[in-house]
Design a protein around this ligand. Structure first.
Ligand code: MEV
Length: 324
């Protein structure tokens, strides 16, 4: 039986439908070609050893019995709880050493925690000889996300496991791959790290105060997502861009856009993009822009002029896979 394995999983970007997806509306998400890698090794000591230098966790150790108890560095939480959840459900016969390495910064909001959770869950399933299905890996990894942060739709876990471009409903109730080979996408990083749970809570506060208003906005976003799904399938980028702009308007009304994000978005639109919006929880992280090939340079320049950083990624990347 194998004693060591390396698994990789893609980063993810929300295309349309963030926030409303938490309240049972569908979203569209893509896996991106920048990947997280985790090497997982069975060791004698009955403990978890973790090196995750990208999130400043080096030489972290915890006995298997204590997993999930006591303090955990922020950067270790997802891996620790993923190992605990696997151990509780399927058992672990020995200790393990996990080393993670990411091709993308954990600041971008590409879902590095979700990707590492998926890598570790798949690695343990391979090393223990159980070879869980994609669905079982999704379910266990999604439980880990809920255990750590209490909230979340699991869209990021789904994209990390399955890859591609997905039409998705919370908890994997609907999980439909769209057969779209590429997207003319540009990604701009705002330079500000956002905290998903803080933003979900801020939107919830608004929803508690104005329930009909906010629920109405979620329903409008759902309609936008349904139209965008059809337009994506037809590769009608003009319409997808326009729908992204409409989605951005609703996200602004939920209060999750910022001056910096808006500046980058307007700058990209003015330079000839089909459309632009924030991607993810808002408050920072990245914007996504759909652009005609002839305007790519001008749009990239416009994002930089507005204070953003262009991140080179391609959509529709492969899901979690064994590297060696
Ligand atoms: C965050 O990237 C997207 C949200 O919709 C949260 C989630 O779906 O888990 C705000």
């Amino acid at each position: 039986m194998k004693k060591i394995i390396t698994i990789s999983a893609p980063g993810q970007l929300m295309l349309l439908g963030e926030h409303s997806v938490v309240y049972n509306r569908p979203c569209l998400v893509t896996a991106v070609d920048q990947r997280m890698r985790a090497t997982v090794e069975l060791i004698e000591n009955p403990e978890l050893q973790l090196d995750a230098p990208d999130v400043k966790v080096i030489g972290y150790k915890k006995s298997l019995e204590e997993l999930g108890n006591g303090g955990m560095p922020k950067g270790a939480k997802f891996v620790e709880i993923a190992v605990r959840n696997f151990s509780e459900k399927y058992g672990l016969k020995s200790g393990i050493k996990v080393t993670t390495k990411s091709e993308f910064s954990s600041l971008f909001g590409f879902g590095s925690s979700s990707a590492s959770t998926v890598c570790v869950t798949k690695a343990l399933s391979e090393l223990s000889g159980i070879k869980l299905s994609q669905k079982a890996i999704f379910e266990l990894a999604y439980k880990t996300v809920l255990d750590v942060q209490g909230k979340g739709s699991g869209f990021d876990i789904a994209a990390a496991v399955y890859g591609g471009i997905l039409y998705y409903v919370i908890g994997g109730k609907v999980l439909q791959p769209l057969q779209i080979d590429s997207l003319p996408l540009i990604v701009g990083y705002s330079g500000v790290k956002a905290d998903t749970v803080t933003l979900i809570n801020a939107v919830k506060e608004k929803a508690d105060k104005y329930p009909q208003v906010i629920d109405g906005i979620y329903t409008e976003i759902e309609t936008v997502v349904e139209f965008a799904k059809k337009s994506l399938k037809k590769k009608d980028w003009q319409s997808v861009g326009e729908l992204m702009n409409i989605n951005q308007g609703y996200l602004s009304s939920l209060g999750v856009s910022t001056k910096k994000i808006s500046a980058m978005i307007y700058s990209a639109r003015n330079a000839g993009a089909y459309g632009a919006k924030l991607s993810g929880a808002g408050g920072g992280d990245c914007i996504i822009v759909l652009t005609p090939a002839t305007k790519k340079r001008a749009v990239e320049k416009a994002i930089i002029q507005a204070g953003g950083e262009v991140i080179q990624v391609k959509a529709n990347a492969e899901g979690a896979r064994i590297e060696k």
